[in-house]
Design a protein around this ligand. Sequence first.
Ligand SMILES: Cc1cc2nc3c(=O)[nH]c(=O)nc-3n(C[C@H](O)[C@H](O)[C@H](O)COP(=O)(O)OP(=O)(O)OC[C@H]3O[C@@H](n4cnc5c(N)ncnc54)[C@H](O)[C@@H]3O)c2cc1C
Length: 463
Amino acid sequence: MSSSSSSVPKQPLSGWGRYPLVDSYLQRPEKVSSLTKIIQTAENKPVLARGAGRSYGDAAICPSCTIITERLNRMLAFDEESGILACETGVTIKEIVEIFSPRGWFLAVTPGTKFVTVGGAIAFDVHGKNHYRDGSFSRHVCNLKLMLASGEVVQCSSQENSDLFWATVGGMGLTGIIMEVEIALRPIQTAYIKAKSIKAKNLDETLALFEEYEPQYQYSVAWIDCLASGQSLGRSRLSFGSHAAIADLNQEQQAAPLKLKPKPSCKVPFDFPAGLLNRYTMSCFNAFYYHRQRSWQVQSVVDYDSFFYPLDFLRDWNRLYGKRGFIQYQCVFPTEVSREALVRVLQLCAQKGWGTFLAVLKRLGSQEGWLSFPTPGFTLALDMPIKPGLERFLVQLDRLVIEYGGRVYLAKDARLSPEAFRSMYPHFLRWLEVKSQIDPYNRFSSAMSKRLQIESAKERIKV
Ligand SMILES: Cc1cc2nc3c(=O)[nH]c(=O)nc-3n(C[C@H](O)[C@H](O)[C@H](O)COP(=O)(O)OP(=O)(O)OC[C@H]3O[C@@H](n4cnc5c(N)ncnc54)[C@H](O)[C@@H]3O)c2cc1C
């Protein structure tokens, strides 16, 4: 093994949801040359890139060779005029915002945690709280370099080799290894967000508030109490925000508008007992969260960490769900049927007691990559502990999602069936055409691609 790459014996690997756990051989190359060597010498065994492992299920696991990109994390160039950053794809969102926000630049799109890599953000074409305005991560990718199964490195963008680009953004690492990327950052005046938090009594009020405030703010999201029922079904706390100007800050903040004081974070020290999260504790937590804000509306100026990454303050929070892990079920419904479909999902959750700490509701705009998740409408994310009866409940939700023409987000998935996947992702065949051309023997493969049969049909190699 080359000195700039390290490998460890087969070990159990999972995503953020800690389910499933799959034995895998890991590689951690530090240089492009060692990565090339891994691809060329892996004896045609399937390989796959893995970023920070923040996808929830089995998308970032390849039993025969999972290549962790954490050491391929160099910043390559930054143009102060245009805000275009060139970097390797093991760079994390945390590194980008911490280095560039003090210089007046921020990511145009960021997911709800900063512990993800640029490679993972592209491979799932992630969305933020501003998808309805600014699209997903790929919209801000100027170009990327992809290592194909042959070892050849190809550049692509929405203009150049565009089929390869649209198959790669949202392509879950199955077209190759994204090595380098140029992304456009957005200028900011301050490291703060001017925010408004509003309580809504039920789903209709929640949806009406989205309509009313979205034109005024860059970002929007709602936390729904999914165990509330009857008149309160869909009650929520909505949060809107826009990057603050210097004039929005108080005197102390104005003294250093782009600097944030370091904040302490805490860590969940052990795996919680599986039964701790039950209908009762979740109901209490949701009611507490809803009522904690006393007035109906609160305005504030908060730092970007608190606004974009509230969960990052509690490290290892996935341990709250116990050793067996959890599933995050995130689905999207087209705008015209969103209300009706959301009522049915929330009714089902309340009836069957499959609650979640906080269900997150966001508005999405149009789809970009062929396997990207967004479609114009509302997306709801529900965290549920793994316990008997969950799969039966989720199959019911799958049927409902298909009935309303929606889809499930694969970044969060660990159990969807191949048939359900095909009904939800209508551009799959277009994607498969590119995959079959560039990787007919499925060198790039994951536990998820096997489960969902997202593979070139020519010849499947054994893992
Ligand atoms: C708390 C939390 C909040 C989240 N919020 C959001 C959100 O708001 N919006 C959203 O869209 N998602 C969200 N996610 C999901 C997360 O953003 C995605 O799953 C993202 O892909 C994780 O990036 P990662 O670096 O951890 O990638 P991994 O989980 O390691 O890998 C994800 C996929 O990317 C592929 N991949 C990784 N690196 C490369 C590479 N260099 N080349 C090719 N393929 C590669 C892998 O093969 C895999 O298929 C959230 C996740 C968590 C845990």
